[in-house]
Design a protein around this ligand. Structure first.
Ligand code: PRP
Ligand code: URA
Length: 209
């Protein structure tokens, strides 16, 4: 069963409050999402494997650590996931970026894939899917399906706010995918929006309606 990690760092929680606030405008919303994505990337990379190498300092030779292991790819779920990409790249600038385009049919709430482009070496990479919202979980489950279908083996899912229904949906279908969130909210409303949530993440990021 996949694990759920809630990042309760005070800076993440503080910024998330202003992201939720309906009076936060597009510019500030975008900046805050970017900052929280960086902070979450810092937490999510905590377990990255290290290896020891020798380095010549100006004084002597030292044994010191560098990252080892597989390379990373970040995959935003379009559109709203785009808002988290630069924040992650701030910390992991060498990561490749794939894209999965999905939208929720407003009637059925079912995700419909309209785009997928991943790095060529899918099987050699670890993936972090990013999307601000995990609501019914339909989009996340479909994005993970899409990555796995193309050969991805090691996938993490990172979002700002999750509903219990979305967490359950990933755990039910993709027990190997751990979930990293800034907040676990109460429930979904009748329109599939997270309560209390932050509204429509894509519209708030891009100033659309
Ligand atoms: C939002 C959000 C997720 C999805 C979550 O995207 O960014 O991708 O809904 O809902 P789910 O868990 O019920 O699938 P939306 O479909 O509104 O598209 P957008 O990013 O283009 O605004
Ligand atoms: N997508 C959003 O942007 N917000 C929600 O609350 C649910 C899905």
């Amino acid at each position: 069963m996949s694990k759920v990690y809630v990042f309760d760092h005070p800076l993440i929680q503080h910024k998330l409050t202003y992201i939720r606030d309906k009076n936060t405008g597009t510019k500030e919303f975008r900046e805050l999402v970017d900052e929280v994505a960086t902070l979450m990337a810092f937490e999510i990379t905590r377990e990255m494997p290290l290896e020891e190498i020798e380095v010549e300092t100006p004084v002597t030779t030292a044994k010191s650590k560098v990252l080892s292991g597989k390379k990373l790819a970040i995959v935003p779920i379009l559109r709203a996931g785009i808002g988290m990409v630069d924040g992650v790249l701030n910390l992991i600038p060498a990561a490749k970026v794939g894209h999965i385009g999905l939208y929720r049919d407003p009637e059925t709430l079912k995700p419909i894939e309209y785009y997928a482009k991943l790095p060529a070496d899918v099987e050699e990479r670890d993936f972090i899917i990013v999307d601000p919202m995990l609501a019914t979980g339909g989009s996340a489950v479909e994005a993970i399906n899409s990555l796995k279908k193309r050969g991805a083996k090691n996938i993490k899912f990172m979002c700002l706010i999750a509903a219990p229904e979305g967490v359950e949906a990933i755990q039910k279908v993709h027990g190997d995918v751990d979930i990293y969130i800034a907040a676990l909210d109460e429930k979904l409303n009748d329109h599939g929006y997270i309560v209390p949530g932050l509204g429509d993440a894509g519209d708030r990021l891009f100033g659309t309606k």
